[in-house]
Design a protein around this ligand. Structure first.
Ligand code: FE2
Length: 432
């Protein structure tokens, strides 16, 4: 007998009344009126069913540490980095694992089943790497967790930066990180990009760098990253995270840069919540938004996906593991309000980020993993607008999280007895 059948789903591509049958953890059939029985059945009538959300940029070693050892008073990136430097020496493996597992519980409830986390390798104890490798193994049944060796204090700038990063890779961290804009000089930044791409090529690993997370329009490490990607034959395996300096760059320069990035098949990962919170801090007014050029990069054919980056840590005191909140902010900051625009933003939270992470078997086609989320919304646009409730989260054909419909009772004369957020939308659902 099959594991699960979902009936009458609306799919992100606009199809409606679709059944999805999952057998042996894989999607066995997708179509209208599937005649089959399964151990469990979900009636998704009127609801959007989507592949799980994917977060391609997160910091699981810092998450849920808000207030330890103190609050970030200025709320800036640089105070966040120094605050993290105060916390790092007193981190224990047990506390790191406990916090990360608690975040993963939250992620599952939000239908977030794949996460790429940077792991700070600056402390030569590498307790962060030990802890996150343990977490990676523990959550494997329900979350695809990828880990990036991330030299937060600089690959060259920190005394043990080079040795620690390489040891973290030896321990089994599978992606090479970097932070070229935080090295002492532009030249050191460029040298770090070359060295780190060389390591990735030699070890056969992907690259994901924090790159140009600054308002300085002359921070141009993404150019070097794209060039070294081509030089080392790493096309498609390299991600540039943040790229906020592109917001402030000269337009002529960008017209040359974006084709170079396209040639290198760079995966672009803006982090809208963090970028709008941390960039523009040296501006009075007008204040820059500090998010990279999402529309232009998408138009040039680059794979753009969005990261959450932080939840309740030294850099960001907000967040809830909700990728729809990330997309909601992206729509605003990128000013992508059209129907097609918002559909592209939804795709960036799912399909594009699955591509960034190189997830196998991702999607809702026959043969894909039996992973999906049922949302209390009729279509992707409504899901983004409402930051929709996750009614059910399925992993390999098994329901691993469930929530009741969000409905408010009303006690008003002459008005309906209840309001359901989804049904309240004035826009018609996708045509039947
Ligand atoms: Fe980050």
């Amino acid at each position: 007998m099959s594991d699960l059948i979902v009936r009458n789903a609306n799919l992100p591509d606009g199809r409606t009344k679709i059944d999805i049958l999952i057998r042996d953890g894989k999607i066995a059939e997708v179509g209208h009126g599937i005649e089959a029985t399964a151990r469990e059945e979900i009636d998704a009538t009127g609801c959007l069913v989507t592949p799980p959300f994917v977060d391609p940029h997160f910091h699981m070693d810092a998450t849920l540490s808000l207030g330890l050892p103190r609050i970030n008073r200025s709320g800036t990136l640089l105070e966040g980095i120094s605050l993290w430097g105060e916390l790092r020496p007193i981190l224990t493996r047990e506390a790191l694992v406990e916090r990360a597992l608690r975040y993963c519980d939250l992620a599952v409830s939000q239908g977030l089943l794949a996460i790429r986390s940077h792991v700070d390798t600056s402390d030569p104890r590498l307790v962060t790497a030990e802890a996150l490798l343990e977490v990676q193994e523990k959550v494997a049944p329900y979350i695809d967790l990828q880990l990036v060796a991330f030299p937060q204090d600089g690959y060259y700038r920190a005394a043990d930066g080079v040795a620690s990063l390489n040891r973290a890779l030896d321990m089994g961290i599978g992606i090479v990180g970097g932070i070229p804009h935080f090295e002492r000089t532009m030249a050191d930044g460029a040298a770090s990009v070359e060295a780190l791409c060389r390591i990735a090529a030699e070890r056969g690993l992907p690259v994901d760098m924090h790159c140009d997370e600054t308002d300085d329009p002359m921070s141009r490490h993404i150019e070097t990253l794209a060039a070294q990607t081509v030089r080392f034959g790493l096309q498609g395996r390299v991600a540039g995270s943040h790229l906020t300096s592109m917001h402030s760059m000269d337009n002529y320069y960008v017209s040359k840069l974006i084709p170079l990035m396209a040639e290198a098949e760079i995966n672009v990962i803006p982090n809208p919540l963090i970028n709008i919170m941390l960039q523009g801090r040296h501006d009075t007014y007008p204040k820059r938004r500090g998010m990279t050029r999402v529309r232009e990069l998408m138009d040039a054919g680059l794979n753009v996906s969005f990261g959450h980056d932080c939840v309740m840590d030294p850099w960001y005191s907000m967040g809830s593991g909700d990728m729809l909140e990330v997309g909601h902010m992206a729509i605003h900051v990128a000013q992508m309000a059209g129907i097609e625009d918002r559909l592209k933003i939804f795709e960036a939270l799912t399909t594009n980020s699955g591509k960034t992470m190189g997830l196998e078997g991702y999607g809702l086609s026959k043969g894909c993993n039996g992973d999906l989320v049922v949302l209390q919304a009729r279509d992707p646009i409504e899901a983004l607008r409402l930051k929709a409730n996750r009614l059910a989260v399925v992993r390999r054909g098994k329901v691993i999280a469930r929530a009741p419909r969000r409905v408010s009772e009303l006690f008003l004369d002459g008005r309906p007895a209840s309001v359901d957020g989804a049904a309240y939308a004035p826009r018609p659902a996708t045509a039947d």
